[in-house]
Each structure stands twice: as structure tokens, then as C-alpha cells.
Design a protein. Structure first.
Length: 472
């Protein structure tokens, strides 16, 4: 018998299972715990980073501390996504967590900037594998009707870390050392890895992706190396590093065609447009996030704890928006939610730029960043939902990896540009207002490109639905 026209459930129709019902309880708790760790680690490390880089006497390399993490995440994302397609997400999750542990320990013990950056690279590789495997787990482990709710739960896991993470990291940094922040993250990551052993082993996998994945690892490593060269060249401008910049651009161009769906740069409807929107929006947000704590500490005289609370407010706004996008009534309007998120993100970034100027109150910049975070909370989960909905099971890992690659690569490139701008305008004494304004202006220009692409995220025509691993 067909369902009632008004969508009401009949007495004989079984109630739909919930996220904490028998089939999903352990899976949901494992995913939530891992994302809780990801949120806590990200906010805590961002809070401690300005002090760490200054103590290591490496402020000009500040952008590399963030961008190097993202560059290494490119390779981790592709390897983890293909591994999840072949064998299921359990193995890349555990391997990524262990890599993250090693990187955290190395960065926390680093006597100078180079070992510190090496630790950040290891963190990035592990973090990329963990994130893409979690996305695949949501796609494989839940029916389409439950995925928006699961993404809301995932983002809700940012609420408690956003309230306590910056405060704890700021207090530890001020009263003990920034090193203890990194060591503490390593311990928490080990504990979370132990929770992943049993719940993740039974998910289905598709071995058909094995050959394709092997062909994607080389391009991923090539792009990661190229992005790293661009980061270094931007942070240390000279005739010698200009050669490295050219080599980096060539490496990125050579490897990128094997990683992104066809038509990505043209925002072809469907997966390509989703990938482009994700990359542009994430780049603008994370470039801004990288510099807001530094702005507040160096220019406005805030303590690391107080600057960390700006990230708390942003994370709460992100979580609230993510909860909102997960409401069932918004599911048929998913494309409009993405467009709205892109517009709100642009407005918040513009307000952040206005807040950099000393004529505006100091709180204006973090307030604008909070508005931008609300836009991201609408946009990113919705992009993830549509990507999984438009992907067959054997392509969920690859398409999710494409999202992460665009996220990481665009962020690396924009943070590199911002690092070059900041380095060129940085003054040894006095105000860095112009340098911070240039960073925010570059982020605003990037996010303004996301809204036109967001208008094209609907499903492609049937004859164009099968993606090819080429850029255009």
C-alpha cells in the first residue's frame, strides 16, 4: 500500500530507527567521540600556535605552521579515501589517529622551528586520513534519511570543545607551556583510537576502487609537495625561492588533474560544483581563522585565553547553524541552504575586514568571524550531504576525498598568499594593521567567488553524472 499523501506514518508502518537505536548506537558514539577530539585539537592548537611560533622565533613562518598541515593533509586525504573505499574506514581511521599522535608528540618536543613544522606535517597527514574516513563512515553506515541528522550530531560535537578547548589551551599555555597542549592532544588521540576498534569493523566496502586509488596516490603526493614548496616560497621571498615557487606551481598543475572531478574549475553542476564551493569557502574561512588569534594577541593586546574565546564563539555559531541545516524541513531545500551559507560567510568576512581597522572596536573582528562561522555551519554539512547523496557507494570515498583535497589545496594556496602579503607588509615595530587588512581582503575576495558556484550544486544531467578524474 502506498504511503499516505500527507507523509504520516500508519500504525502498521515501523518507526524509523534513530541514531542511537540498536543498529547505529556504537557507530554514532564512535564517530561523535572522534569528531569531538578533532574539534578539541583544532581549537586548542590554534590557541597555542601564536605563542609557539613566537617562542621558536619564527613569526615569518607562521603561515607554514598552518599551511604545511593542510598540504600534508592532501596526501593523507587521498590515501585515506581510497583505503576506505577498498577496505572500509576502520583501518585509515586508526592509522590516521596514530600518525596524528606522532606528529603532536614531535611538535610538542621540538627544540626549533624545523622539527615543529615536521610534527605539523605528520599531524596533517593523519588528520586528512581521519576526516575522509569519517565522512565515508557516515555515507556507508547510515541511510540517506539519517545523514543530515548525523552531520548535525557531528557538528554538535564542536559545542563542548568550543567552550572548554580554547580556555584550557590558553590557561595551559599561559601557566605551563604551549608544549603541554601538544602533548595533551597526543594522549587524548591515543584514548580515542582505542574506542574505534570494534564499532567500525563491520561496515561494507567495495574493492572495485583499488586500481583507481593506486593511480591517485602519485598525483596526491605531487600536489602536496608542490603546495609545500609554494608555502615555503611565500614565507621566504627571494630569487632562490622564486624558483621553488615556479616548481611548486608546476607540481600542483601536474597532479591536480588526477584528483578533482571533471569541470571543477567551471563549477559544472553536481559534484564538481560542490567540490569548488567547498574549496573556496573553506580557504577563506581557515585563512581568516589562522590570523584572528594572532591579530588579537599582537595588535589588540588580548591574552591567548581571551583570543581563544573568539574561536569559541565562532565554533558555537558553526554548531548552531549546522543543527539548523539538519532539520528535516530543509532537506528538500539543500541547494538553497548552501547558497545562503555562502552569502552569510561573505558578509561575516567583510565585517572581519572592517574590524581589523583600529577605528573599529577590537571586538568587531571576532564578531565578524563568528558570523562567517555561522555561514560555514550552513554550507559545509549541506555540501557533505549532497555529495554523499549524489555518489554511488563505490565513489563515496573518492568524491569525499575530492572535497577534502579542494578544501586543503585552496586553503594552502590562500594561506600562502596571505603569508606572502603579511610578510611583505609586516613591520618589525609598530602596527601591522595593513598586513592583517591585506589578509582579510584576500579572504573576502575568495569567499565572494563561492556564491556563484553555489548556484550550480544541483545534480547534473544523467549523461554527465559519471565523473572523470580530470579537471576540465
Amino acid at each position: 500500500m502506498p504511503p499516505p499523501a500527507d507523509g504520516a506514518r500508519t500504525e502498521s508502518e515501523p518507526r524509523a530507527p534513530g541514531l542511537l537505536s540498536g543498529p547505529y548506537r556504537s557507530r554514532t558514539l564512535a564517530i561523535a567521540a572522534t569528531f569531538f577530539l578533532v574539534a578539541f585539537a583544532g581549537l586548542a592548537l590554534a590557541t597555542a600556535m601564536p605563542v609557539a611560533v613566537q617562542e621558536l622565533d619564527a613569526l615569518p613562518l607562521y603561515a607554514i605552521a598552518f599551511g604545511g598541515y593542510l598540504a600534508a593533509g592532501l596526501a593523507g586525504t587521498v590515501v585515506g579515501g581510497g583505503w576506505a573505499d577498498r577496505r572500509g574506514p576502520a583501518a585509515p581511521l586508526k592509522a590516521g589517529c596514530l600518525c596524528f599522535v606522532g606528529g603532536s608528540a614531535l611538535a610538542g618536543a621540538a627544540p626549533s622551528i624545523m622539527p615543529f613544522l615536521a610534527g605539523r606535517l605528520a599531524q596533517g597527514a593523519g588528520g586528512g586520513a581521519v576526516t575522509v574516513a569519517l565522512y565515508v563512515m557516515v555515507g556507508r553506515g547510515y541511510p540517506p534519511a539519517l545523514r543530515p541528522r548525523m552531520f548535525s550530531v557531528v557538528t554538535a560535537c564542536w559545542i563542548l570543545p568550543s567552550m572548554v578547548g580554547p580556555a584550557i589551551a590558553g590557561a595551559v599555555t599561559e601557566h605551563l607551556s604551549w608544549r603541554w597542549v601538544f602533548h595533551g592532544i597526543a594522549v587524548f588521540t591515543l584514548a580515542t583510537t582505542a574506542l574505534l576498534r570494534r564499532p567500525l569493523a563491520a561496515l561494507p566496502h567495495d574493492g572495485a576502487a583499488a586500481e583507481e586509488t593506486a593511480t591517485r596516490v602519485g598525483p596526491a603526493v605531487t600536489v602536496a609537495v608542490g603546495a609545500g614548496l609554494l608555502q615555503y616560497a611565500a614565507a621566504q621571498p627571494s630569487p632562490r625561492t622564486a624558483v621553488l615557487a615556479v616548481a611548486g606551481l608546476l607540481a600542483v598543475a601536474a597532479g591536480l588533474r588526477g584528483l578533482l572531478p571533471a569541470g571543477t574549475l567551471r563549477a559544472r553542476p553536481g559534484i564538481p560544483a560542490l567540490v569548488l564551493v567547498r574549496g573556496l569557502a573553506a580557504a577563506a574561512y581557515f585563512a581568516t581563522e589562522s590570523y584572528v588569534p594572532l591579530l588579537l594577541v599582537n595588535e589588540r593586546g588580548w591574552s591567548p585565553t581571551a583570543a581563544g574565546y573568539s574561536l569559541t564563539c565562532a565554533a558555537l555559531a558553526w554548531a548552531a547553524a549546522s543543527w539548523l541545516q539538519g532539520r528535516p524541513r530543509l532537506s528538500p531545500r539543500r541547494r538553497h541552504v548552501i547558497l545562503l551559507g555562502a552569502l552569510v560567510h561573505s558578509a561575516g568576512t567583510a565585517l572581519t575586514l572592517a574590524g581589523v581597522l583600529r577605528a573599529a572596536p577590537a571586538v568587531t573582528a571576532p564578531a565578524g568571524f563568528t558570523v562567517a562561522a555561522f555561514g560555514m555551519g550552513l554550507l559545509l554539512p549541506s555540501v557533505g550531504v549532497l555529495t554523499l547523496d549524489q555518489s554511488p557507494p563505490g565513489r563515496q570515498g573518492a568524491n569525499t576525498a575530492a572535497l577534502q583535497v579542494a578544501d586543503s589545496l585552496c586553503s594552502v594556496l590562500l594561506i600562502g598568499v596571505c603569508g606572502a602579503l603579511f610578510g611583505a607588509l609586516h613591520t618589525a615595530a609598530g602596527s601591522d594593521t595593513a598586513a592583517f587588512a591585506a589578509v582579510c581582503a584576500a579572504a573576502l575576495a575568495t569567499t565572494l567567488l563561492a556564491a556563484p558556484a553555489a548556484r550550480r550544486v544541483g545534480a547534473p544531467a544523467p549523461e554527465a553524472a559519471a565523473p572523470k578524474d580530470q579537471l576540465a
